[in-house]
Design a protein around this ligand. Structure first.
Ligand SMILES: Cc1cc2nc3c(=O)[nH]c(=O)nc-3n(C[C@H](O)[C@H](O)[C@H](O)COP(=O)(O)O)c2cc1C
Length: 190
């Protein structure tokens, strides 16, 4: 296990078939190739959180929580809905946090980014999400990566076509990989 790459769970905060954020997430995973092992964690099949069901959660929730439990790092790529966190993503955050004492979030390293066609590129959604995830004990990568989506920003092979955006995001991915790599061994032995 000494040379194993850190495990990163990728969460896309959209349940839309042609999600722009999923495209961006796929491109970010490509930028992280060889630096971490990424796997996409499904959230669109999670039921609406209900505390009554915490004692006997459905299989989708058990699958989701076990995928989070295995992860050293969390990459969240989210749209902005009505200037905040999309409901599908907040629902997934809540399931990850519960039941009390079984939260999957503390000690993970998180990188939050997102894209929208709008000028502020999900800034408000990301700010709200940062506040939530910090409260849940996630160590968040610093800096701000608000991506205003332009047509063909990501090509069919999952490459970011605009050089300055690609370099900008490569910097985030490299710092994220570095931080996950440093903190993952500590988490594994904690
Ligand atoms: C309910 C709803 C609310 C939205 N609110 C915002 C918003 O506050 N800011 C923004 O930039 N775009 C907003 N949009 C537009 C999204 O940025 C756009 O639909 C984008 O494609 C969503 O990302 P996705 O393709 O990954 O689902 C909203 C879209 C929906 C459906």
């Amino acid at each position: 296990m000494a040379n194993a790459l850190p495990n990163v769970a990728v969460i896309v905060g959209s349940n839309r078939r042609d999600s722009l954020n999923r495209k961006l997430a796929q491109a970010l995973v490509k930028l992280g190739a060889g630096k971490f092992d990424a796997h996409f964690v499904r959230i669109d099949d999670l039921p609406l959180y209900n505390q009554d069901n915490e004692g006997s959660p459905p299989p989708e929730v058990l699958r989701y929580k076990s995928e989070l439990a295995r992860a050293d790092g969390i990459l969240i790529v989210t749209p902005e809905h009505d200037r905040s966190i999309p409901a599908v993503l907040k629902n997934a955050v809540d399931w990850g946090a519960r039941p009390w004492g079984k939260s999957n979030w503390p000690g993970k390293v998180g990188f939050i980014t997102g894209t929208s066609p709008g000028a502020i590129g999900t800034a408000l959604a990301q700010q709200h999400l940062r506040s939530v995830m910090l409260g849940l004990g996630v160590t968040l990568l610093g800096g701000e990566a608000y991506i205003s989506f332009k047509p063909n920003l990501v090509d069919d092979q999952g490459n970011i076509t605009d050089e300055s955006t690609r370099n900008f995001l490569q910097g985030f991915v490299d710092r994220f990989a570095d931080l996950v790599g440093k903190l993952a061994p500590a988490r594994a032995t904690a």
